[in-house]
Design a protein around this ligand. Structure first.
Ligand SMILES: Cc1ncc(COP(=O)(O)O)c(C=O)c1O
Length: 403
């Protein structure tokens, strides 16, 4: 009997995905920072060391740490000159920040459809949305699956649009042997607690273009060029030294953590293969390396007698606590983008798409994916046994709910 119906769960001790951040060395360095009293990046070394390592890893000249991935996208867009009246194309099948950052830059988000095999933006669909007002495309490497950067490079050349990579979920991923985050005009990273490296909250922007790097540096810190001399309207989007210690050590641990993710996922995919009647997993093509932030599983919902959300609840009851849905609603269907009444916080009535009268139309592949996707959060603490048990829980639940 299913655990959700009172049966015995597959896992008595539930599977919980957690970041691996603690080490004696990290503690020692945190202690040093606390003892020194130097808590801010302007006067410390850790944030700077993190930035140096990140730029080196990506093979780009500039990397700047910021407070989180959302503001990383915001300053990335502003750095390439996105502003009022501009259109920026992105995917609706992503976390909100990929599109809300466009709103924060006073520009109009335009949604294009995704590709069913990667769940990433489909370059052909992007091309159909381009107008003379399109300034940029925010290319999200969703779940850690690299988007087709060959096609986006061609598109950028052909149409003179800028590419912003949203690498929030994909640090560690590669496309044709090159790190994602090094392809676009500018790239934004998140170091939120669930991401491939974390400082609790945190983010970064990377670019190989000196002018963009300089703007990011200014924008993240009040637009200040010299002490109390402000050149542009900036923000306080800085990372602290304590976060810098974590970010630096996490980046050094990235190869090891990536291997652990790959080991877990390899076993998981082998086991899930046995359930191919009920589900499919978008697989990375041979020329890419997936960062496995998430495993996206597409259910054959028409073969089940209960809705997708019941499957998720049933899996949780079996002790699979790292299961959730990313993402249940294409962004254009959420109230923010539906022009419904706001909460007096400035949107949606003041949003540029509202003023412009932009109507968001349903996109078939995004709808298809969001109604059948079930997501596993992958973390380096997960073991091969966890993978075996997770697949067993899927098998138990899906067979029990078969139509
Ligand atoms: C695709 C994507 N973009 C942007 C963000 C924003 O990052 P943060 O939560 O650090 O603001 C996230 C993560 O939360 C994300 O998953």
């Amino acid at each position: 009997m299913l655990a959700i119906e009172g049966g015995k769960p597959i896992r008595a001790n539930p599977i919980v995905a957690r970041p691996v951040v603690y080490s004696e060395e990290v503690m020692r360095h945190i202690e040093e920072v606390l003892k020194s009293g130097v808590l801010t990046a302007q006067h410390g070394k850790w944030v700077r060391e993190f930035e140096r390592e990140l730029a080196a890893l990506l093979g780009v000249r500039y990397a700047y740490a910021v407070s989180n991935g959302t503001v990383a996208l915001h300053v990335a867009l502003k750095a390439i000159g996105v502003g009022p009246g501009d259109e920026v194309v992105t995917t609706p099948f992503t976390f909100a920040a990929s599109a809300t950052a466009v709103l924060h830059a006073n520009a109009v988000p335009i949604f294009a459809d995704i590709d069913r095999e990667t769940l990433n933006l489909d370059p052909a669909s992007v091309e159909e949305t381009l107008t003379e007002r399109t300034k940029a495309v925010v290319v999200v490497h969703l779940a850690g699956m690299p988007a087709d950067m060959d096609q986006f490079a061609k598109l950028a050349d052909r149409h003179g649009v800028k590419i912003v990579e949203d690498v929030a979920q994909a640090l560690g991923a590669e496309f044709r042997g090159r790190r994602v985050g090094s392809f676009g005009h500018v790239a934004a990273f998140s170091l939120y607690a669930t991401k491939n490296i974390t400082s609790g909250e945190g983010g970064a922007v990377a670019t190989d273009v000196a002018g963009y790097g300089e703007r990011v540096r200014l924008l993240r810190s009040h637009g200040e060029v010299d002490k109390y001399s402000y050149e542009v309207l900036g923000y306080n989007y800085r990372m602290t030294e304590l976060q810098g210690v974590l970010a630096y050590h996490q980046l050094r641990l990235l190869p090891e953590m990536q291997k652990r993710r790959e080991t877990y996922v390899k076993t998981l995919l082998e086991e899930l293969e046995k359930l191919d009647d009920f589900l499919t997993v978008p697989k990375p093509k041979p020329h890419v390396r997936h960062s496995w932030h998430l495993v996206q599983i597409l259910l054959s919902i028409e073969k089940l007698r209960k809705p997708r959300n019941y499957v998720v609840e049933a899996l949780r009851a079996e002790g699979i606590h790292n299961v959730f849905v990313a993402y249940p609603t294409p962004l254009y269907k959420t109230p923010l983008f539906q022009r419904r009444e706001g909460h007096g916080l400035g949107c949606p009535w003041s949003c540029p798409y509202y003023k412009r009268g932009v109507e968001y139309k349903p996109l078939p592949n995004a709808e298809w994916a969001s109604e059948r996707v079930v997501t596993l959060l992958v973390m380096p603490n997960l073991t091969e046994q966890d993978a075996v048990d997770t697949a067993a829980a899927f098998g138990k639940v899906l067979n029990a709910l078969k139509r």
